[in-house]
Write a protein of this length. Structure first.
Length: 393
């Protein structure tokens, strides 16, 4: 019999709207026999069954809901069904790429579980107590669905510490390559699945890379926070006159250089600069350097709500600097991957930066995460990547 816990009176509203989180502050009482990751039924104060989830005693988010179906058991078949459904709806992506997000955590009904596919290598992040508890079931399901794929776990995100879990990276099945070659819209890239950012590559920017590159023809491009230079490759393939990659990682920039050669592009049309982006933009400004297209894709500035004001200053500063470096009729592609930064506030920050730069700015396109990173309507927190493609006359 599944253990249960009861919510305080009036705290069931979010679950009735099928939001998958239960905060510790909402719980009235629970069994002392519950252990980390255990499956638990969540009841309203009047005894109504609300959902079934995973218990996480070390986290402020005490339960993440697996199912709102009282008859659904959290067993091997459950994980097979959820992963199989998530994979099936992503089948159309295979026409354009062999690298995509198979499972997007809560948005695919598997809280704390992220699974990315890079050709024949699957990279998993198990970031919650429940996901960690059911590792063997998840691997079993993946081996049935993807018998030819190696499986790597990259559960090295700091959020695991909030669950009382150790950070770890480990092979779960098969031989894990150092670099995996993928294809995306006819372009080729090498992914460091073992040590690269996130699971090795920014799959969520797939569509945005195409959109930005459509404005690259004949332009001199500055690609800030370039990582391994995927945006640069798209822009060069789109006819950019020259692209400068700007990043603080030699390892990433070395891969960026390899990507230019891998795609048969002109190596002379691409430069790599290892420098802090904020400092380098100020150096370019002092030198009077200008560009026709600037891409800003910084790391997450907002870790919690207390950092929001400080993060907004950072976003404004970097957009102001970029606008000061844009030639007339220049294009700015600017992004925020901070889920805690509301879209309207991000737009306001960019608009304020334009005002301070004394540059008129036209918002041409709103940009967002690719379709393999869907947003569940009852879980708006799944929407995190915001972007604007702008023209500065």
């Amino acid at each position: 019999m599944t253990a249960s816990l009861s919510l305080a009176a009036g705290r069931e509203k979010s679950l009735l709207r099928r939001h998958p989180w239960v905060f510790a502050s909402a719980i009235e009482r629970h069994s002392s026999k519950l252990h980390k990751g255990d499956t638990v039924d969540v009841l309203a104060s009047d005894g109504r069954w609300l959902g079934r989830g995973a218990w996480s005693p070390d986290s402020a988010m005490a339960v993440r809901i697996w199912t709102f179906d009282q008859n659904e058991v959290i067993d091997n078949a459950f994980f097979l069904r959820r992963i199989e459904h998530a994979a099936r709806v992503r089948q159309p992506l295979l026409l354009h790429t062999n690298a995509y997000r198979v499972v997007a955590a809560e948005c695919d009904g598997l809280p704390g579980v992220t699974i990315d596919r890079y050709a024949n290598t699957l990279v998993c992040q198990l970031l919650s107590a429940g996901a960690d508890k059911h590792r063997d079931k998840i691997v079993w399901a993946l081996r049935k669905l993807y018998p030819d794929c190696a499986i790597l776990e990259r559960s090295d995100a700091q959020v695991r510490e909030k669950e009382g879990l150790a950070l770890l990276t480990q092979p779960l099945h098969g031989e894990i390559p150092d670099l995996v070659e993928i294809e995306e819209h006819g372009l080729r890239f090498l992914v460091d699945v073992n040590k690269g950012h996130k699971t090795g590559y920014y799959l969520d920017q797939r569509n945005n890379r195409q959109q930005v590159a459509s404005y690259a023809q004949g332009r001199e491009v500055l690609n800030c926070f370039s990582y391994t230079g995927a945006m640069a490759v798209y822009c060069l393939a789109g006819g950019a006159r020259h692209v400068t990659n700007l990043d603080v990682s030699d390892t990433a920039l070395n891969l960026a250089e390899r990507h230019v050669h891998l795609n048969g592009l002109d190596a002379g049309a691409c430069s790599n600069v290892n420098a802090d982006v904020f400092a380098q933009l100020r150096t370019y400004r002092a030198a009077g350097r200008q560009f026709d297209l600037i891409i800003l894709d910084p790391p997450k500035f907002v870790e919690n709500k207390q950092h929001l004001t400080q993060a907004c200053r950072g976003y404004k500063d970097i957009n102001l600097l970029a606008l000061q470096l844009l030639r007339p009729d220049g294009i700015l592609a600017t992004f925020s991957c901070s889920g805690l930064l509301p879209e309207d506030l991000f737009h306001k920050v960019v608009a304020d930066a334009a005002l301070d730069a004394k540059r008129p700015l036209l918002f041409l396109h709103k940009l967002s995460q690719a379709e393999d990173h869907p947003v569940l309507c009852s879980y708006p927190e799944g929407y995190y990547l915001k972007g604007l493609l702008c023209r500065a006359p």
